[in-house]
Ligand binder design. Structure first.
Ligand SMILES: Cc1ncc(COP(=O)(O)O)c(C=O)c1O
Length: 388
């Protein structure tokens, strides 16, 4: 088991203060521990929005060239963050759209028709896979009803009829992470693919898709990546050419930018694109991504673990049940607490500018821009609320 880092030793205090100053929301008297739901957007976004309006106000069609450069730059920056080569990531409006393109690639023949998912997916994932039953997919949901993925159950179910296994890297409800290397090894030995929903980890938990060998990985900007309105899809480069989405659009073709009918797919992950892209969300999201990349994921993870350790220790001392795994190598960026009448507690905390979320449990999600003092202030307020 990986030991927890020593609290407070993760980030240089001056650099941390400078980083916090980039996030104006933190300066509005709020303790914001809600990044697993919606992350904080840095001040640099304002310049991008202003520039965008200037572009619209002085419109020329040539702008599309720069916008495509901006879209590619963001996709390649996401790729660099997850250990993927340039050109292996494509973006679109949300994860559902991109997963929809992935599910459309398969024919689900009887000899390889099994799709294994878990009972801890974000709701869009089972909804999309179950819709493929009409196209021949045999979708099986594996789980025990507990807060962590039933990994043993999942591994035991993988066989030579399994087309793919789709898992959350960390669950949205408890933040519990899954042992991806073990899963990838088992799935690949059976000839099955591994599709990972990493919305709850990319930006707060280091991840190297190339080293892991995962086949498909998806995530999005508006939580741990400090962006807005865009999601991404990585496909293993040597797999890309074997996948042909039927849910597609002209931007996935090889001649998209000539406005001629395409004869083949565009190179790389661009084959999973759809119609006309909306560049603003990538341009805005680039600001947050650059800040995070500047800090580096190892330092972000160490700080996150120190903050979540503080939540866990304070909860234990106060007799509050912790639902999330407490081992550092098994917890993502959020700690879920089981408190009576939690939805009301969340609302009362919000009235005191203490922001967290509620999804059956109280979800406390500090990020790199939070401090241990903020965690303490939040836990003080929570304890007071529970004593009412
Ligand atoms: C694990 C996970 N997957 C997916 C999503 C969202 O998917 P979409 O971008 O399609 O709304 C979320 C949260 O919004 C999430 O927590």
């Amino acid at each position: 088991m990986v030991p927890d880092p020593t609290p407070g030793r993760c980030l240089d205090p001056a650099a941390h203060a400078a980083l916090r100053a980039e996030f104006p929301l933190l300066d509005t008297g709020v303790v914001y521990l809600n990044s697993n739901s919606t992350g904080v957007v840095p001040r640099g976004a304002q310049h991008v929005l202003t520039d965008y309006w200037t572009t619209l106000r002085t419109w020329r069609d040539e702008v599309w060239h720069d916008w495509h450069v901006g879209l590619d730059r963001y996709a390649d920056a996401v790729a660099a963050l997850i250990g993927a080569p340039a050109g292996s990531v494509v973006t679109d409006a949300n994860l559902s759209t991109l997963l929809g393109r992935v599910v459309s690639c398969f024919d689900y023949p009887p000899e390889r028709d099994r799709v294994l998912i878990t009972d801890l997916e974000f709701p869009t994932v089972p909804f999309l896979w179950q819709a493929q039953r009409r196209r021949g997919a045999r979708v099986e949901v594996v789980g025990t009803g507990g807060p962590a993925v039933d990994e043993e159950g999942l591994l035991a179910r993988i066989d030579e009829r399994t087309l793919l296994v789709c898992v959350p890297h960390a669950t949205f409800s408890s933040g519990a992470t899954i042992d991806l290397p073990r899963l990838v090894d088992r799935a690949h030995r059976a000839g099955a693919l591994v599709v990972v929903d990493a919305f709850q980890t990319v930006g707060v938990v280091p991840l190297d898709v190339t080293a892991l060998g995962v086949d498909v990985l998806l995530g999005g900007a508006h939580k741990w990546l400090c962006g807005v309105g865009t999601a991404f899809l990585y496909v293993r480069p040597d797999l890309t050419e074997r996948l042909e989405p039927t849910a597609t659009g002209w931007q996935a073709g090889d001649r998209a930018l000539t406005f001629q009918p395409s004869r083949d797919w565009a190179a790389g992950a661009q084959r999973f694109a759809g119609g006309t892209p909306f560049p603003l969300t990538s341009l805005v999201s680039q600001v947050g991504l650059d800040l995070l990349a500047g800090v580096g994921l190892p330092a972000i993870r160490a700080h996150s673990l120190a903050c979540t350790r503080q939540v866990i220790d304070r909860a234990a001392a106060a007799g509050i049940a912790v639902v999330s795994p407490t081992e550092p190598d098994r917890r993502g960026g959020v700690v879920c607490l089981d408190v009576p009448d939690g939805e009301t507690v969340k609302r009362r905390l919000a009235e005191q500018n203490m922001i967290c979320s509620w999804r059956g449990w109280l979800r406390v999600g500090p990020h790199v821009y939070n401090t241990l003092d903020e965690v303490d202030a939040f836990m003080d307020a929570l304890e007071k609320e529970l004593r009412r």
